[in-house]
Design a protein around this ligand. Structure first.
Ligand SMILES: [Zn+2]
Length: 127
């Protein structure tokens, strides 16, 4: 069953709240470098992302993790706009609300997530 309007609203509210928290966290951790913040939305993958950051700064890896999550959330919000949110990118099945509620930026149903993690063990879980 597709998400109801109320469920979508609930997930959106959750994601937006999290984005605000993350943005504050990232700005705090990056300090000066947060001027680069707007660039994070444009880079293609985390490989590019790390080149934007100065090496050797203590909180960088933590900030990077937050930025990854932030990017994931932005992507999820984009999918809401596009009307593709809540549909598994691999098999096209609708992802259960319970799963999205626990992991709002999940792009795959549980079955495909497990498969994907087997294929790419280096990918962090979005469970
Ligand atoms: Zn699937």
């Amino acid at each position: 069953m597709a998400l109801t309007e109320a469920q979508t609203r609930e997930l959106l509210a959750k994601m937006r709240q999290r984005l605000v928290v993350l943005e504050e966290e990232i700005a705090r951790k990056l300090g000066q470098a947060s001027e680069e913040f707007s660039a994070f939305d444009r880079v293609g993958d985390s490989g590019d992302l790390s080149t934007l950051l100065n090496e050797g700064e203590v909180e960088m890896s933590e900030a990077l993790r937050d930025i990854e999550e932030w990017r994931g959330l932005r992507g999820a919000l984009r999918r809401v706009d596009e009307g593709t949110y809540g549909v598994c990118v691999d098999c096209g099945t609708e992802i259960r609300f319970e799963r999205l509620s626990a992991a709002p930026m999940a792009m795959r149903c549980i079955d495909c997530q497990v498969q994907a993690e087997r294929r790419e063990p280096s990918q962090p879980s979005s469970m």
